[in-house]
Design a protein around this ligand. Sequence first.
Ligand code: UPG
Length: 255
Amino acid sequence: MPEAYFTLLYNDVYLPGALVLAQALRSYGTTRDLAVLVGSQVSDDAIARLNQVFDHVVPTETISNSAADAPQFKLLGRPELERSYTKVHVWRQTQFSRIVFLDADTLPLRSLDGLFSEDEYPLNSSTPIAASPDIGWPDIFNSGVFVTVPSAAIYDTLVGRAKAGLSFDGGDQGLLNQYFEGRWKRLPFTYNVTPSASYQYTPAYQHFKDSVNVVHFIGAEKPWSHAFTGPWPTSSEFELKWWAIYNQYYTCDLT
Ligand code: UPG
């Protein structure tokens, strides 16, 4: 059975992120399929762009938090995440034996194909997912990067829990952590480094910087938020790396 990388796009806003992510994975010579889950609000133009770099563009039904004005969203200040439950469609992709999921705002800095190794990252029914700790609350995992095995039973359960509102943050991260609590394998933090937070611990950042596998631009501001004129003078070195790939492969206007 094939294995695949997946990302998610439920509107056109994160299209630059999805394209740069796919191009980065290709540039490291991955042998796995590249796939993207797309929600119904993604435009035909965006789908045509995605088809140029992904092997599979998978249309999905958008799953929203029906209580989008819930207190959790006010706490997070991120109403756009009301549709992040759509991520659970990953478990429906049973045509793949193993999936590495990456949010569209992540940037791999080297090949991640090692995550498909069953010997190194064994998954089974008692530990069905592997992910890195979340910097904001390290007893839970960040749901922007994870390894899992698709399962129709898990998919059905997650959809039911999403519809029942079983998520402490109103989005997929709360949903997945509540469902997989005590059953996740810890991946090294180097697979999901969140630059804004790591800078608070500068000595560790300096010490481990060269081992970073994936950078994750969490929060409302993304590298492409600054219009499409290129990086800002204050952009971090990771943002500059993102822009280097964007400028090399996608010079035309994406707005
Ligand atoms: N996404 C879209 N369009 C949007 C917003 C999000 O397609 O307008 C997709 C995209 O793949 C994105 C992902 O959903 O990468 C998650 O959104 P993002 O803005 O990247 O979330 P984060 O700022 O990283 O916040 C955290 C977790 C993330 C989780 C989210 C909600 O890192 O993995 O999905 O909280 O629980």
